[in-house]
Design a protein around this ligand. Structure first.
Ligand SMILES: [Zn+2]
Length: 87
């Protein structure tokens, strides 16, 4: 498996924190056809592998730039901000 795919970052649809696909329950959410959420929203606890940060710490522009790199830095910023009416 490609590292970039396994270790992608995404924004939690519920609380807006930046989470990792390997830790947050991302694939389970997709499988269940639910909004993608972070470990805390999915399982009740933040995993503690890295600090929980809200997307607004980086801002819309930065996150969209990361997504454009297509390297897994960010995978759902466009979708998330569209849904929130921010882009
Ligand atoms: Zn969350």
């Amino acid at each position: 498996m490609q590292k970039g795919i396994q270790m992608s970052s995404y924004i939690c649809e519920k609380c807006g924190s930046i989470e990792n696909t390997a830790l947050g329950g991302y694939w389970k959410n997709l499988r269940d056809k639910k909004p993608v959420m972070c470990s805390e929203c999915n399982f009740g606890n933040w995993h503690g592998e890295f600090p929980k940060e809200h997307w607004s710490k980086y801002g819309v522009k930065q996150l969209l730039e990361w997504e454009k790199r297509n390297d897994g830095s960010m995978i759902n910023a466009t979708e998330y901000f569209h849904r929130k009416g921010l882009v």
